[in-house]
Design a protein around this ligand. Structure first.
Ligand SMILES: [Zn+2]
Length: 335
């Protein structure tokens, strides 16, 4: 288990630490500011001020709710891949493509050698950290997902594009660690989509994390886990953050067959529905995590990013996460 690693990094967390997957919905004033900025009605400075206010809003909310490991909420991002493509050199903005539902994003095109020129998320992480005494996770999109969600023109194949990205994303990780980040999440939502490329995602994650002093988490969205498990456990991270709830906890059956050897951030609320699950339902889901991993290995969070929910729904879902974790702490502490 990685609790000792966290303690070695100076981070002491309660049993069943609570966190979120990273994104929160943007409050109305920020949506308005983004629309105004797009129409050139306000300056970049004014937009950034609104994003800072929204970041502070979410830091305060997470503290009020009693969340243990905070995030900046990604108030400055439009899309999780396009945002990084904008700051890394070697990319051009592509046309709009549909991602899921009715959401569209500009699929970036890799037209040159990718290069990290300057910190991308660092100032936002530092700002969030300055607002709280609780640990704040560094949040990055992983090289495999950036590659998979981009068109590749410059590199001869997907693997070489992915490894080139990994080398550059490592520089962002190093910049975060240099400023004191101890917990860093590297999202690879695409890793469950093409099982035949899992080895590439693993190779790239080694490039990003090997030898660096931080506790690493990766979030993978729901997908073909029956094809990538247990091999995915070779991803060199400490904690897998997984969407357990929207599939009726079906991954637990896989984890019962072959032992789950990492820490598990267990998604206990579905982010794709407006419906708020009842407390006993959430608690019951979390209890089932105890069937597959020791209690010391369990973290608690929503299934995925909450950015598609309303602000009130996101707060209610986070409240459900914290309530379930507290309930389980109470019943397991005397065992
Ligand atoms: Zn997800």
């Amino acid at each position: 288990m990685s609790r000792a690693k966290l303690q070695g990094l100076g981070i002491d967390l309660p049993l069943f630490p609570t966190t979120s997957v990273g994104s929160f919905p943007k409050p109305d004033f920020l949506l308005q500011a983004r629309a105004d900025f797009a129409k050139k009605r306000i300056s970049l400075g004014a937009l950034e001020k609104a994003a800072r206010q929204a970041t502070e809003f979410w830091i305060r909310k997470q503290e009020e709710l009693g969340v243990d490991v905070l995030v900046d909420g990604e108030m400055y991002r439009g899309d999780m891949v396009a945002y990084f493509a904008e700051y890394l050199s070697g990319f051009e903005e592509g046309g709009l493509v549909r991602s899921y539902g009715n959401r569209y994003y500009h699929k970036p095109i890799i037209t040159g050698e990718v290069r990290w020129e300057e910190p991308i998320t660092l100032e936002w992480w530092k700002y969030a950290r300055s607002l709280t005494s609780r640990p704040v996770k560094g949040m990055l999109t992983g090289p495999y997902t950036v590659m998979d969600w981009s068109f590749i023109e410059y590199y001869p194949d997907r693997r070489s594009a992915c490894l080139a990205l990994a080398k550059e994303i490592r520089k962002e990780v190093e910049a975060l660690i240099e400023e004191g980040a101890k917990i860093i999440q590297i999202d690879e939502p695409a890793a469950s989509v093409r099982p035949e490329e899992l080895a590439v995602a693993i190779e790239a994650m080694h490039v990003v994390t090997d030898g660096l002093p931080a506790y690493f988490i990766t979030h993978i969205c729901y997908g073909a886990f029956e094809d990538i498990y247990p091999d995915m456990l070779d991803l060199p991270v400490d904690n897998f953050d997984l969407e357990m709830s929207n599939s009726g906890l079906d991954m637990l059956e896989l984890f019962k067959k072959r032992r789950f050897t990492k820490d598990l951030s267990f998604g206990v609320v579905d982010v794709h529905t407006h419906v708020l699950e009842e407390e006993p339902v959430v608690e019951q889901r979390l209890r089932q995590a105890l069937d597959v991993v020791p209690k010391e290995a369990i973290w608690v969070d929503p299934d995925c990013g909450l950015k598609t929910r309303t602000v009130d729904e996101a707060i209610a879902k986070m409240q459900a996460v914290v309530t379930a974790a507290k309930a389980l702490r109470a019943v397991t502490s005397d065992k």
